[in-house]
Design a protein around this ligand. Structure first.
Ligand SMILES: [Zn+2]
Length: 398
């Protein structure tokens, strides 16, 4: 794929200031325009360089096996980092190989950035985001945070402007209460070929980092909230090993909070007022609120219930919560299993037998089903291959 053009123009969305557009030609001859719109106090101070776009395109290039070409110069440090990043991806996913990035290189530091710059964090309103704010604002902060970046087009789709409006108001309120800048970005990336890369397992860290690099003239450091705790090193799109490898000479991407698990992070929010007013963990309905039924909602409500603070968090309806919901929660993968294990371990430490029993029911059912799936795999795989091309049956051979 070739990055043929990067354009800047006026915004086409209400509440945004500027649009940056990247034209890409793929190896099959098809063209695609990927755009980002920027709003907030720093919209006039973003980079027009190719760096963010290469990071944004890397997961899809890696997935499709297409080298990236550009006539623009890329930051030397970033190029080296992206080679290392792909080595890790191909170790995790051996059927894919690193692709070449063909470009001239430049070292952007220090001549290209003259202003004193600061630190921003991505903010979605979830536990990981609020954990950053609880640690990086106020007395005793570990990093001096000055701005938030909220993205429309990742978890809330562009087709839901009213939902994003609620999210944006909530982010603006949190930012104002903590004297932080509220930056906002909209992008069509998930409706482009980028969607062919695995969002959870591979691409969402690069999507976030690319938006962070856009703000490199304003922020020298951009934080991404961790998902898993060290030493849980299961492959994931945003990871303590891979996120820093999206850093350039002028903007460091920091994976924050990996020393704590999700239960610890939730505990850190119990007395944090912005989180009590605005905590939003649910992506199930791609909406602004919490559904109160999905696995993410149920495990967050269970953790808050374990600490005795669920009814203080206004974005959850505590009257509809019961421990049966935890016992019946459906776990889809190792990722879900690890989060329920954390709740179970904390319940044992705190001596909460009711939560321990409910979590054990959910975990036992998942492990039973996993054993059954493993037993059936040798039978189902050949059957799947056999039926894939058979008339009518191909619909079921997935
Ligand atoms: Zn939910």
């Amino acid at each position: 794929m070739e990055i043929t053009k990067i354009n800047e123009s006026k915004s086409q969305l209400e509440g945004f200031t500027k649009r940056l557009e990247c034209s890409v030609e793929y190896h099959d001859g098809q063209f695609e325009d990927i755009w980002v719109e920027i709003g907030g106090p720093n919209a006039g101070n973003v980079t027009n360089s190719v760096d963010p776009w290469v990071v944004m395109l890397l997961p899809v290039a890696f997935t499709l096996g297409e080298p990236i070409e550009t006539s623009e110069a890329i930051d030397q440090t970033l190029l080296q980092n992206l080679r290392s990043l792909q080595e890790i991806w191909s170790f995790w996913y051996p059927k894919f190989s690193p692709i070449e990035i063909t470009a001239n290189t430049t070292n952007r530091f220090p001549s290209s950035v003259k202003n004193k710059r600061s630190t921003a964090s991505f903010f979605s309103g979830g536990v990981d985001s609020f954990h950053i704010l609880a640690n990086c604002t106020g007395p005793g902060r570990v990093i001096d945070l000055t701005g938030l970046i909220t993205v429309w087009g990742f978890d809330v789709p562009l087709s839901k402007p009213n939902e994003f409006s609620i999210v944006r108001n909530s982010c603006d309120d949190v930012a104002a209460s903590l004297s932080l800048e509220s930056n906002v970005v909209a992008t069509n990336i998930r409706s482009t070929r980028f969607g062919r890369a695995n969002w959870g397992g591979l691409s969402h860290g690069c999507a976030l980092a690319s938006v962070g690099l856009l703000f490199s003239p304003t922020y020298e450091k951009v934080l991404i909230g961790s998902t898993h705790q060290i030493p849980d090193f299961q492959p994931w799109g945003s990871h303590v090993i891979t996120d820093p490898l999206c850093s350039s000479s002028v903007c460091q991407i920091v994976h924050f909070g990996a020393t704590e698990n999700r239960v610890d992070k939730t505990r850190s929010l119990i007395n944090f007022d912005p989180a009590r007013r605005h905590l939003r963990v649910c992506w199930k309905e791609q909406a602004a609120g919490n559904c109160g039924k999905c696995s993410k909602c149920v495990r967050t409500m269970s953790t808050l219930h374990l600490f005795g603070n669920l009814n203080e968090f206004r974005t959850f309806d505590s009257s509809k919560f019961s421990l049966n919901m935890l016992a019946e929660v459906v776990l889809h993968n190792k990722n879900d299993e690890s989060f329920i294990c954390e709740i179970n371990n904390e319940a044992k430490i705190l001596g909460d037998l009711a939560i321990h029993e409910a979590a054990t029911v959910a975990l036992s059912r998942y492990r039973r089903e996993e054993r059954f799936r493993r037993l059936l795999k040798p039978i189902l795989l050949p059957l799947n291959r056999l039926l894939r091309h058979a008339p009518y049956f191909w619909r079921f051979a997935k």
